[in-house]
Ligand binder design. Structure first.
Ligand SMILES: [Zn+2]
Length: 418
């Protein structure tokens, strides 16, 4: 401290006490930003952004297909340890957990980003550079979140920021697709059950704040029949054609625009040959809404559509080689929300204002769904920069001013860990 050179020891102590008091009791993000240690952390984030982007690339080149996040998880564990987090461990689901203790154990803020991608094993995950733009599957969603999380730890360490409460960092599994939030379910129902007071996750790109957790029901529907020769056995019901009828019915659903309620047939499969009546067909269907009642309603329509489609198909072929169907619920993401006027959302908006970031409240399906559903204050923020093509092989990340996302994450973490 420069102060130490000029004033007697007593005053240094006084100044330090005042400084600590400022960290402890300043309430608003606009006040926090004036704290020298926090200011230093924000500056470190901007200075370190090139290294953060390199980290983002390196992490992204370690494959993390659904249900196969171990390799990327081991690297996060190594990085957590290298950054001095304590009690670094991997829980039974595969979540990597590391603690940055504050002056007290509570409030305990969990700060997370997800390890998994939507891309299957064998996908080329090499990141290509196109000027400053980074291209590669998962580069934004959620390699950006993981890189921001590491940058937050690093900046807090470099600026020696001591938080009143504790921050538990988590690189979690199973956020995407049929992962069904299993990392979060394990974290909140088992490994850290009852120990989490607040939650933020960093997911994807831009500067949004997700405070409404869109719930979803996901099904795998299997249509079965005896099958046979396309010419010789002609005249029997056909599982793929039955599925076609179901898809046509689903496509015609009317759903409310507000609260936004959606449906999608995302994958189909079945059949063995062009000249065989298939013995099996299957499809995967996703329905979403932030409103539990609307979700229930579209779910009921879907189940009725599948049943009617099979009845029609069997009727059309006079029940010859009848088709049967089973709809298996393979994913349930609980819906929930953190109200706009709640302290955590208001703090996040205050942080954005303090950093001249425009307000952008959103709804979405993220790791926050689980704590929101439990009534634990939770939001998901995006990690800065500009992303395109999330969940596609053409995913790209434009790092223009991406440091702003890192700074926002730091200030929010500090503001909530108290
Ligand atoms: Zn994501």
């Amino acid at each position: 401290m420069i102060l130490a050179l000029k004033v007697p020891l007593f005053h240094v102590k006084q100044a330090l006490i005042l400084l600590l008091a400022a960290v402890s009791f300043a309430q608003t993000p606009a006040e926090l930003i004036k704290n020298p240690a926090i200011r230093a952390a924000l500056d470190a984030a901007q200075r370190n952004e090139p290294a953060t982007l390199e980290q983002q690339v390196k992490i992204c080149e370690i494959p993390a297909p659904p249900f196969k996040e171990e390799e990327r998880g081991r690297e996060l564990k190594r990085l957590f340890e290298a950054l001095g987090l304590q009690s670094v461990r991997i829980d039974s689901a595969g979540n990597v957990i590391g603690v940055r203790p504050g002056r007290t154990a509570h409030p305990n803020l969990v700060f997370s980003a997800h390890l998994d991608t939507v891309f299957p094993e064998g996908t080329d995950v090499k990141v290509k550079r196109d000027g400053a733009v980074l291209r590669g599957p998962g580069i934004g969603d959620d390699c950006r979140g993981l890189a921001v999380m590491l940058a937050v730890i690093r900046a807090l360490n470099e600026a020696r920021v001591e938080t009143p409460g504790t921050i538990t960092f988590v690189a979690d599994v199973g956020e995407e697709g049929l992962g069904d939030l299993r990392g979060m379910k394990s974290l909140f129902y088992e490994s850290l059950k009852g120990q989490i007071d607040k939650f933020i996750s960093v997911d994807g790109t831009g500067l949004g704040i997700t405070h409404i957790g869109v719930g979803s029901n996901r099904y795998r529907v299997t249509f079965k029949g005896p099958g046979g020769h396309s010419f010789g056995a002609f005249g029997m019901a056909n599982p793929i054609q039955a599925m076609g009828r179901a898809i046509a019915k689903i496509d015609a659903f009317d759903v409310p625009a507000q609260p936004k309620t959606t449906f999608n047939v995302g994958r189909v499969g079945g059949g063995t040959s062009v000249n065989a009546i298939p013995f099996e067909a299957w499809m995967e269907v996703d329905m979403r809404s932030s409103d539990p009642a609307s979700l229930k309603a579209v779910d009921a329509k879907f189940n009725a559509a599948v049943r009617e489609a099979v009845e029609e198909e069997n009727r059309r072929w006079h029940n010859r080689g009848p088709v049967s169907v089973a709809a298996e619920l393979v994913g349930v993401r609980p819906a929930g929300q953190t109200p706009k006027d709640s302290p955590i959302v208001q703090t996040a908006l205050g942080v954005s204002r303090a950093l001249q970031i425009e307000e952008a409240l959103r709804e979405g399906s993220t790791d926050s769904n689980v704590p929101m559903n439990l009534g634990i204050p939770a939001i998901t923020i995006s990690g800065g920069g500009n992303g395109t093509g999330a969940h596609s092989l053409n995913e790209a990340f434009d790092p223009h001013d991406s440091w702003r996302g890192t700074q926002r994450a730091i200030l929010l973490a500090v503001a909530l860990a108290r």
